[in-house]
Design a protein around this ligand. Sequence first.
Ligand SMILES: Nc1nc2c(c(=O)[nH]1)N[C@H]1C(S)=C(S)[C@@H](COP(=O)(O)O)O[C@H]1N2
Ligand SMILES: [Mo]
Length: 157
Amino acid sequence: MKNHDPLQPHAHDSNPTPPSPDATIRLLWPDGRVRLITVADLQQLPQTAVPNCFIVSTGHGTSGPFTFSGVTLQQFMDAYAPGDWSQIEVVSGDGFGNRVLATELSRADSAGPILLAVGIDGRALTRQEGLVRLVVPAEQDDALRQVKWVAEIGLRP
Ligand SMILES: Nc1nc2c(c(=O)[nH]1)N[C@H]1C(S)=C(S)[C@@H](COP(=O)(O)O)O[C@H]1N2
Ligand SMILES: [Mo]
């Protein structure tokens, strides 16, 4: 199948290079409305730490355990885009992405909640490490949901 949907990536070599120095995130509503979100905005929201996160790479093995910290995607949505969204599309500056279903946000997972992480092991993430990074603790296969350099968050009704 010739399907190159960036939100359904197949396994590939992880990009080690930040796409740009600008870490501003564009929050996009279906009607085209845009709100710009900065790292400082994310740091103002309640912070949650999720211990025991692993980044499993097909190319260079597993790293971790890490404690990622940041705002839960649920709390981010409650603060910036309350509504009945069915899906949230999280896309990076290098065109890598992941789709989070509303049902995943409301359902508790024993691995921990989905985060927009800005910290790792008690310090800020560097731009090299993603700076703002989607962390899906339940995904422990090949890190395809651990989106570095989050640049866009798209809301789907
Ligand atoms: N933006 C972006 N995020 C990404 C990728 C990528 O290529 N671009 N690769 C994914 C894959 S396949 C892996 S294994 C991990 C690697 O994370 P690390 O560089 O922190 O080890 O990043 C994930 N997130
Ligand atoms: Mo990976």
